[in-house]
Design a protein around this ligand. Structure first.
Ligand SMILES: [Zn+2]
Length: 293
């Protein structure tokens, strides 16, 4: 099954649901970062929810950034999506290896640790809008659910899953997000809560061969649902360029640039999202020095 993101809503407008299949996207992230299974799962879950949240952005230039700053061995985890669900991300230390947790699952929560979770919306305005909450479990889905309840005050159910194969490649990955609008009744909330509680995990549903649309209808069974016929393919795509990297180097300021020119004579910058490296030679650095503040 190729990657896909489907959106739906109840006829009465009180339920919004997104279901994403993100296997190829997460596998691409794994290959770029050469990540071990725990990082593949942690980053894969974060990239998946970012891709879903990208669907709530309006303009091409808008972006949403999710940042887990935990004290666990993975270090910070960052995922960014645009409005087309083109995502990129990284975990600072992708080579973490921990024993499985007591449920026999990858110990993602332990690898993330305690700390905080920020969500930053860059909507082309002067100041990006952001919210921050403490990390609850580090398992990503629970933390994002808590974020929506606390920071955005939207009752939200989120399921995220990445199944890593024995050869460390990604076997299945996906996620869903169900949100209740303020007009939703108590009864609707109860029914959805129960469906989510009793549903198999997202990876189990995908392993059974359910499509994104099957999962959408399964989780909202009993409600009249409309599915958007506009299909979205979430992808891993870095947006770095020489121009962006040049600007980043210029932004470190005259003093630091002077030090680099004198001590190193050149500057190599690596993109954290795709590991591409950009080298700026001395003559270029001198020009950049003129532009720096
Ligand atoms: Zn890049």
């Amino acid at each position: 099954m190729s990657d896909i993101l489907v959106r739906g809503g109840s006829m009465d407008g009180t339920i919004k649901i997104f279901v994403a299949v993100t296997k190829d996207l997460v596998e691409e992230a794994r290959k770029i970062h050469k990540s071990f299974p725990i990082a593949t799962a942690a980053l894969g879950r974060t990239l998946t929810v970012a891709a879903i949240m990208g669907q709530n952005l309006k303009n091409d230039a808008d972006s949403v950034t999710i940042q887990f700053r935990g004290d666990g061995p993975l270090g910070n985890i960052v995922a960014v999506s645009d409005s087309k669900s083109q995502v990129r991300g990284y975990a600072v230390n992708p080579f973490v290896d921990l024993p499985l947790n007591k449920n026999g699952k990858l110990a993602v929560g332990k690898a993330v640790g305690k700390g905080d979770l920020s969500v930053i919306y860059d909507l082309g305005m002067k100041e990006p809008y952001s919210g921050r909450v403490p990390i609850v479990t580090g398992e990503i889905a629970e933390d994002m659910t808590y974020y929506f309840a606390k920071s955005d005050q939207i009752p939200t159910a989120i399921g995220l899953g990445v199944l890593v194969d024995t050869d460390c490649s990604v076997k299945t990955a996906g996620g869903y997000m169900i949100q209740l609008m303020p007009e939703a009744t108590e009864k609707t909330a109860e029914i959805i809560e129960e469906k989510v509680r009793n549903a198999p995990s997202i990876t189990e549903m995908l392993e059974k061969g359910m499509t994104a649309e099957d999962i959408l209808f399964f989780l909202t069974d009993g409600f009249d649902m409309l599915v958007s016929n506009e299909t979205v393919t979430p992808v891993y795509k870095c947006k770095c360029s020489e121009r962006r990297m040049r600007n980043a180097v210029i932004s470190i300021g005259k003093e630091e640039l002077k030090r680099i020119i004198e001590e190193d004579g050149k500057c190599v910058v690596e993109c954290q999202f795709c590991n591409s490296s950009y080298t700026f030679q001395k003559d270029e650095l001198l020009k950049m020095y003129e532009l720096a503040r």
